[in-house]
Design a protein around this ligand. Structure first.
Ligand code: FAD
Length: 513
């Protein structure tokens, strides 16, 4: 069989290659084709056709493929979740790509003796499907989300998984108690905080470097029925950050807070994509700029909040609760927008934006996105230069900026964070509409580099989220000495031939003689 794989590597492809390769690997699943979507991703800027795109039926198939690659001279294996990476992270240049979504649902609710409830889900499950099953069948829900849910469980757990609940519950990596992982040696392990813990913590935020997550156990809690979704406008960054930080820390002093806290910067213009019209939640509402003080600058800020409640709650009780939470905040009183919707509709809110973007042809255009974590101590300087100068005309999409708390993250995972307790996620979610033609994706990537270089030059305490580097030196700097040593040790232990996730470009495949 290895000889068979090698013949693919040497570019001679038999006509019946797809089914023969499937048989040669002894798969329950199938080989789909020799390229197609596996050579593309959401970023739309990289293209590395694989040797084969394989649909494993389960962890055993994943293990067979990894073992076959290990016996070949230089094949690599990439798990592809939903391919929503930006820089080719889920690709394998002339390697084997696994379509993790084909693993099937494997959905099971588990109740522990102490009353805790968990869902066992496939590593290839889409979060939107996990949401629907948990809520519609069990009235339960995972605690921590991403903004957009057409992402896979294994894909986000390999990074972190961050949204407006993370200030309270930590990222998704802090809300999983057990994994099933296939290592780079093709071994299948269950792992948790107490069993094979190095593999467990290594795989969480591990950029796919130590193993392929085939199952995850997620902590659940009772699901609310409804959400009051609120947006508040600020003209001054200081006021915005003071209130955002107050809301993400208030529970420490025994106070109550919202169930979701996010924020974004937007342009003080009429641009529908990233200007004032992007703020109202209800299509009936409009943003009246007459309410802005005359001193308002080119960039404004919006705090985005959500309050959960039950169908049985009276609306006056919800109003009183929300007004209590809003008391003392310094937003522009007349620029408050709100909408009541079901919990599931709220969590699927970006799906509506996706449908709109697909209709406008901008979903499939390149996405030169930049995601970073910037320490609280540097965020005002970041705002002055990056938002107010470099990005003062907007980016054609959302510019997220909201605080997170380091103490809610488990530093035993592979994720790298700034040093300070409060740091901000900054996500520049650039869209490049075909009409009217704007700057090229290359120019926008160059602007991202300018922002990174500015932060580096100023000595900011920052890290890239969903990182992408070209050289190992850059990766070492990203991790810092101690975390890099731990990362390399874990690699040596779990994937010594560097077979897994080659698209991250951290390690090179160790050739087999
Ligand atoms: P892929 O892009 O397919 O894979 C990502 C990496 O993980 C690759 O290296 C791949 O090899 C590896 N991998 C995939 N599956 C597995 C597995 N089962 N086991 C081990 N390794 C695996 N992120 C947030 O944190 N918060 C957000 O709110 C958020 N919103 C987003 C909105 C959009 C529209 C998009 C496009 C991305 C968003 N992201 C967000 C980023 C997202 O979390 C990452 O891009 C994630 O990697 C994408 O998931 P995926 O399932 O498509 O993974």
């Amino acid at each position: 069989m290895i000889a068979y794989l090698e013949c693919f590597v040497s570019e001679s492809r038999p006509d019946d290659g797809v089914s023969s390769l499937s048989k040669a690997l002894g798969l329950q699943g199938t080989v789909v084709d020799f390229g197609g979507e596996a050579g593309r991703d959401f970023g739309g800027m990289k293209s590395f056709p694989p040797l084969a795109f394989i649909r494993p039926a389960g962890a055993d198939d994943v293990a067979r493929v990894v073992k076959a690659a290990a016996r070949s001279s230089n094949l690599t294996v990439a798990a592809r979740g939903n391919g929503h990476s930006i820089n080719g992270q889920a690709m394998a240049d002339r390697g084997l790509v696994l379509d993790m979504r084909s693993l099937g649902e494997h959905f099971r609710v588990v109740r522990a003796g102490d009353g805790s409830v968990y869902a066992d889900v496939s590593g290839g499950a889409l979060w939107e499907d996990v949401l629907k099953r948990c809520v519609f069948e069990y009235r339960m829900t995972p605690r921590s989300w991403t903004d957009y849910l057409s992402l896979t469980v294994g894909g986000t757990l390999s990074n972190a998984g961050v949204s407006g609940q993370a200030f309270r519950y930590g990222p998704q990596t802090s809300n999983v108690t057990e994994l099933e992982v296939v290592t780079g040696k093709g071994e299948i392990f269950n792992c948790s905080e107490t069993e094979n813990s190095e593999l467990f913590f290594g795989a969480l935020g591990g950029l796919g470097q130590f193993g392929i997550i085939t199952r995850a156990r997620l902590l659940l809690q009772p699901a609310p029925d409804m959400v009051r979704w609120i947006r508040l406008v600020y003209t001054e960054f200081d006021d915005f950050t003071r209130d955002a930080e107050l809301l993400v820390t208030r529970q420490d002093d025994g106070g109550d807070s919202f169930d979701y806290v996010e924020g974004f910067a937007f342009v003080n213009s009429n641009n529908p994509a990233d200007g004032r019209p992007s703020v109202p939640l209800d299509p009936q509402e409009t943003f009246d700029p007459a309410h802005l003080p005359p001193t308002s600058g080119p960039i404004l800020y919006c705090l985005e909040l959500a309050h959960h409640y039950r169908n049985t709650d009276r609306s006056s009780t919800v109003d009183t609760g929300v007004n209590g939470l809003l008391g003392g905040l310094g937003f522009v009183e007349e620029l408050k927008f709100q909408l009541d919707l079901s919990y599931v509709e709220f969590l699927l809110r970006v799906k509506r934006a996706e449908e709109h973007a697909k209709a406008n042809g901008i979903w499939d255009a390149p996405h030169p996105w930049l995601n970073m974590f910037v320490s609280k101590s540097d965020i005002a300087d970041f705002d002055r230069t990056v938002f107010k100068k470099i990005l003062k005309d907007g980016i054609g999409g959302p510019m997220l900026v909201y605080p997170l708390r380091r103490s809610k993250w488990d530093t035993r995972t592979s994720v790298v964070l700034p040093e300070s307790e409060i740091f901000y996620i900054v996500a520049l979610l650039r869209f490049t509409p075909p009409y009217p033609k704007g700057p090229s994706a290359e120019n926008l990537v160059a602007q991202n580099q300018e922002i990174i270089q500015y932060c580096t030059r100023k000595g900011f305490d920052f890290k890239l989220y969903l990182p992408h580097y070209r050289s190992q030196e850059d990766w070492k700097r990203h991790f810092g000495n101690d975390q890099w040593s731990r990362f390399v040790e874990r690699k040596t232990c779990f994937d010594p031939m560097a077979i897994l996730a080659p698209g991250q470009k951290i390690f090179s495949r160790v050739p087999q003689p």
